[in-house]
Design a binder for this molecule. Structure first.
Ligand code: CA2
Length: 147
């Protein structure tokens, strides 16, 4: 079982500014959490972060035939990118959308998610723990423990 975790622009800056919105944890803390989750579930978890929309599209295309599930936080591209939506639809790999903050409680422009239209589940407002929840969900889904 291989899960690809994709993070969009500025996620690598976590913990540096706006702790009131995104918490005090850093991007390094997120990488540690992903490693711990992979060990706990005995699965392969790969993380990819980019600040560039086309690179995110390339990575989603790369995943076709290579990974079983995708966890994606497209960050600001969530609210603008039809290209990321189309890439997720093209590969048709089960995908879960994660947002660290509760985007529904923020500015109206953050309440639109294009990527989410191609995802089977969205987890928002759970901080970094949302990534673990998404991986556990995909692991159970792909092992037919949930429908
Ligand atoms: O809540 C989330 O996970 C977001 O995807 C985070 C994005 C934001 O544009 C989305 O609306 C919601 C922002 C990523 C991190 O941005 C930072 C901003 C300041 C300091 C550090 C990171």
């Amino acid at each position: 079982m291989k899960i690809l975790v994709i993070n969009g622009p500025n996620i690598n800056m976590l913990g540096i500014r706006e702790p009131g919105i995104y918490g005090k944890n850093t991007f390094h803390d997120l990488l540690t959490l992903l490693e711990e989750t992979a060990a706990e579930l005995q699965i392969d978890v790969e993380q990819y972060q980019s600040n560039h929309e086309g690179d995110l599209v390339d990575k989603i295309q790369w995943a076709w035939g290579k990974v079983d599930g995708i966890v994606i936080n497209p960050a600001a591209y969530t609210h603008t990118s039809v290209a990321i939506l189309d890439a997720l639809k093209a590969v048709a790999i089960p995908a879960v959308e994660v947002h660290i903050s509760d985007v529904d409680a923020r500015e109206p422009f953050r309440q639109i998610s294009y990527a989410g239209m191609a995802c089977c589940k969205t987890i928002k407002g759970h901080g970094l723990a949302g990534y673990r929840e998404a991986i556990v969900y995909l692991d159970q889904l792909l092992n037919h423990k949930i429908g």
